[in-house]
Write a protein that binds this ligand. Structure first.
Ligand SMILES: Nc1ncnc2c1ncn2[C@@H]1O[C@H](COP(=O)(O)OP(=O)(O)OP(=O)(O)O)[C@@H](O)[C@H]1O
Ligand SMILES: [Mg+2]
Length: 493
């Protein structure tokens, strides 16, 4: 109610109406008089009123019937019914239809003014209450918007850990509508079994009034288990010793934890690499000395007079020599991985390179009845000859190791034309193939399925090829065979 209080008089008795006008205008009211229900309703709808005086006996209708229509046309206003004949029944009827009070003519001015004052303070109160509830509704909507639009999971739990409220993010993540979450036991519905007991203990502590807490517990989400860091706070309004409600906000940290784990892993690998490189250097000197001494020992054995002892001795020397070679090779691999030297960018004739690699392995292949087929087109890669030899050496050894007797190994080279020309060299075998589970791990350092394998071969192959700006492509089917192709930049002439 702003400005002067507005009074509407609906009465066909002109004299009485004039009295009311006089009485209330001098008290600061704005008074309007109409003789009929229709005219009164018209004003109620268009301009409203604070207080309406309605005569019980109107020409077209009864005042009782008019009250509900007036109240719905102007919900904040109050209505006083006027009558010349008071009766208990009509008084009850007046209250029943929603009138503020029933006043009897002729009026006692003092009483009438007091009634009007009371009715107006009622109007005032109602207006204030409505404004407040509007404000409250708005602020609730605003908070709800914030809670719903945040990327954080928000739950409110009652004293029995039942969900009272869950925001949109929480419902989306769990994958059920809010109605399904509300009322459910939070721990059973949302928390993974293994985290349940400890999470419950932490939330209970908040309910017992021990203040805010933070804990980690896995959420059962529609996409599987998610690692979530929770923050629990007691709702304000509870007694200081206990809370009736707990707010839980959760941040999904699954990706972050995975990143941290990978960072720690690669840091550990880097440390290991440095350590390995240092060790490899230290081992290389005594290894060289041992090799030299063995060579001298071999010569000395050669000089022994022919006899029974000589050939077993010679055989032992050869075994030790081949083991030393293996060790040297392993050291080379270690050093390549740990401290790679820069890659040369020279023209490398891939056909010539592959012929050299194959010449080393063909004697072993033919001894096992394995055929090596060539499908060579002239191709020149841009790269490091020594490193690329290492690559194909590893691939051919893997193919031989995977092949059964009378297997076929096909080695191919082709040029690939395009905006940036590349060359593709591949080694294909028809051996045992790689099972799917193994395929995911073959590049891991030290992953091997062979009793005497080191598991560094493909790790080094990929590292070298990637440092050339190329790619390794593996195609394998269990029991059918494997094709490992290496794509390298072509040397532009
Ligand atoms: N051509 C192939 N056919 C079948 N399996 C293969 C083939 N090439 C690689 N693999 C699988 O991948 C694994 C890893 O190969 P990688 O060359 O890295 O190590 P390795 O051969 O086991 O040991 P080394 O370090 O001596 O080479 C092998 O143990 C084998 O299981
Ligand atoms: Mg290998």
């Amino acid at each position: 109610m702003t400005g002067r209080p507005r009074l509407l008089v609906i009465d066909d008795n002109r004299e009485l109406a004039d009295n009311l006008v006089e009485l209330f205008e001098e008290r600061g009211f704005a008074v309007e008089v109409v003789p009929s229900a229709a005219a009164g309703l018209e004003i109620a709808r268009s301009r409203g009123f604070d207080l309406a005086f309605v005569d019980v006996n109107l020409p077209e209708t009864s005042g009782h019937e008019l009250v509900p229509a007036l109240r719905s046309a102007c919900p904040y206003g109050e209505v006083l019914l006027m009558t010349g004949h008071a009766s208990i029944d009509s008084a009850i009827a007046a209250v029943r239809v929603g009138a503020f009070q029933y006043v009897v003519k002729p009026f006692n001015v003092g009483e009438l003014v007091a009634t009007v004052d009371r009715a107006l303070s009622q109007v005032q109160l109602r207006a204030e209450r409505e404004a407040l509830s509007r404000q409250l509704g708005e602020s609730e909507r605003r908070y709800r918007d914030v809670v719903d639009s945040t990327g954080v999971l928000v739950f409110a739990l009652d004293g029995d850990a039942r969900v009272v409220m869950a925001n949109r993010r929480a419902c989306d993540t769990v994958g059920v509508p809010s109605e399904e979450l509300v009322g459910a036991d939070f721990f059973i519905r949302c928390i993974a079994a293994e985290s349940r007991a400890s999470a419950r203990t932490r939330v209970d502590a908040v309910l017992r009034g021990q203040g805010a807490i933070e804990f980690d517990a896995s959420l059962v989400a529609k996409s599987g288990l998610r690692a979530v860091r929770w923050h629990g706070t007691p709702a304000s309004g509870g007694s200081p010793k206990s809370a009736a409600l707990v707010y839980l906000t959760g941040v999904d940290v699954t990706e972050r934890l995975e990143l941290e784990r990978r960072a720690a892993e690669s840091e550990a690998l880097a440390h290991m690499g440095t350590l390995a490189a240092g060790l490899a250097h230290e081992i290389r000197n005594p290894l060289n000395a041992a090799g030299l001494q063995l060579h001298l020992l071999g010569r000395a054995v050669d000089r022994l007079p022919d006899g029974d002892d000589r050939s077993p001795l010679k055989a032992r020397v050869e075994i030790v020599a081949s083991e030393l070679k293996r060790l040297e090779h392993l050291l080379g691999d270690f050093l390549e991985l740990a401290r790679p030297r820069p890659i040369a960018r020279e023209p490398v004739d891939l056909v010539a390179l592959l012929e050299r690699v194959l010449s080393l392995h063909e004697p072993i292949a033919s001894a096992r009845g394995i055929t090596v087929e060539r499908r060579f087109a002239q191709a020149t890669a841009r790269g490091d000859r020594e490193r690329l030899e290492q690559v194909f050496h590893n691939l051919v050894v893997n193919a031989l190791e995977a092949s059964a007797e009378h297997g076929v190994i096909e080695v191919s080279v082709e040029r690939e034309e395009g905006p940036t020309p590349t060359v593709l060299a591949a080694v294909r075998d028809d051996g045992r193939g790689i099972p799917e589970a193994t395929l995911a791990r073959i590049y891991e350092p030290f992953f091997t399925t062979k009793p005497a394998g080191t598991g560094l071969g493909l790790t080094i192959v990929r590292q070298i090829v990637q440092r050339h700006g190329g790619a390794v492509l593996i195609d394998s089917a269990e029991a059918k065979g494997t094709r490992v192709a290496v794509r390298l930049p072509a040397f532009a002439t």
